[in-house]
Ligand binder design. Sequence first.
Ligand code: WT7
Length: 655
Amino acid sequence: MAPETPGRETQETLSNLLHETRRFAPPAGLAASANVSADAYEEASGDRLGFWERAADRLSWGRRWDTTLEWTPPFAKWFLGGTLNVAYNCVDRHVEAGRGDKVAYHWEGEPDGDTRTLTYSDLLREVSKAANALTELGVGKGDRVAIYMPMIPELPIAMLACARIGAIHSVVFGGFSASALSGRIQDADAKLVITADGGYRRGAPSALKPTVDEAVAECPGIEHVLVVRRTGQDVQVTDKDVWWHELVDRQSDAHEAPQHDAEDPLYILYTSGTTGKPKGILHTTGGYLTQTSWTHHAVFDLKPESDVYWCTADIGWVTGHSYIVYGPLTNGATSVIYEGTPDTPHKGRFWEVVQKYGVTILYTAPTAIRTFMKWGDDIPAKFDLSSLRVLGSVGEPINPEAYVWYREHIGGERCPVVDTWWQTETGAIMISPLPGVTAAKPGAAMRPLPGIVADVVDDQGASVPDGGGGFLVVREPWPSMLRGIWGDEKRYVDTYWSRFDGMYFPGDGAKRDEDGDLWLLGRVDDVMLVSGHNISTTEVESALVSHPKVAEAAVVGATDPITGQAIVAFVILRGSAEESADIAKELRDHVAKALGPITKPRQILVVPELPKTRSGKIMRRLLRDVAENRSIGDVTTLADSSVMNLISEKLPSAP
Ligand code: WT7
């Protein structure tokens, strides 16, 4: 990490990039009937705990809490003394209120025509049966259950069944390797794995079970492996295996949801650390559900009667946990779940899904948006996207050009775009525009949500003035905050609470502009130091993407004998752009013009793909290996490990 505060020169460069004059006011109709108005900021700033109490009152509690917040820094307990059942809140209460026939999930499998519809009543039956099955397998309250599944309905069903009985789920993304899976099973000391024979990916069945077998061989604590038959491919059956259709299908569909304490653990989700082994982020029950539910209601303006909501993330990431499963279901939403990839069987698949289900709210990631830009404007133009009314972005800074493209080509210039900043650790959205309130700026996450107290500080922890840059911090505890790192209290304190006294440090750089609005600049370890100037990779990437020929860019700092670090840029050109001999010069000049000569990349490499993790984050570490002529390091967390070969082939032999 390079915890330098951006110097004066950088401030100037930042102001250049952030001299963004475009503003998009909320559409009048949306503003007039929005779930949340500007009053929410007032309400929360006057009485923050009261604000969260009212948010918690949107849920059904068995017993109301006695203490809203007990704060012994850095350990928070919310809604102490309260009891509730997460699955009851997500499912039963909608059925009891007569909304059982409402669709909870439109599930769209990857193979064409492979679809399922689950109403809230269907979900109640399935979750109850699964809860009974887990009990039969000897799983009880507080036990850990690893879930390693494709994007099929049994995945949220399994999560809700765990939540119902008080077992702690640990969902491991289905693209991870056997060693990643066994490491996570061992760290959490899980006793059950729930999986499937396989899933569909890019038009073909892709096996999961052999990976589980390999992982479980290293995990003596695993008593059973519960297997959903999804693809029907051959699997080797071991003595720990139980078929879902044999065990779950014969269970009673009645299950009384017990009450759990507000601070009982709900789940563990592993997130990679900058060094060492992944961190098991622990979330608990009452506060987590309160904030995921309220933010989903507020940030997406969800109207459960009329909206069709689609979050394109994988449920294996926190975005899927909070905004495919817990937030939307608590709010009684109708959601789409899509199993496959955006380009199977064709590059218009997402827009076909939007058209088919009449999706009104779409939540996706900048990496996907830039990919769609690269594929060309004509693809979404072939579909009827007029149902859309709110668009969301999450996962990394969204470049202004990608934001504007999303607004125009997907949102038909009528839909507000909400750029939502948060993390696995925060559990729910923290900084975001409100679609009926905020006149949003392309590329800015704008303001902390009501009830959230965030700030930008310098390296001494002092608040920077408007127009300044530094580190993002959160000054007050929030309901869905992580309660710790599983099994490692010290690492929790060291990682998040030691950099600045009494403040939560998420590890992101940020800038507060002259209007007081926040711009997230990516991880502070993505800051380059060129001739003594701190330059964020994000600002150079945004400058490159603002060139009409560039679809995507990744920038790294490579060691340089003269300047300390030098800027090396990897760019993907747009579908329509021709690769010309002088493209590198053209782009270097473009960056220099946009940001100032100090940010002019030393080298620009046109590449066909960028190395990304399965959650879509660019792995700059690998690009630094390329830029510094090293052999390429560990590629096991890449979504597609062949990408590095493609990039290496494009390199000039001597840079
Ligand atoms: C990191 C957290 C939030 C769920 C998905 C990722 C970056 C996330 C934004 C945004 C700028 C963003 C941050 C953060 N990030 N959203 N809207 N603007 N940066 O969860 O894997 O825990 O990653 O993603 O750097 O710290 P995650």
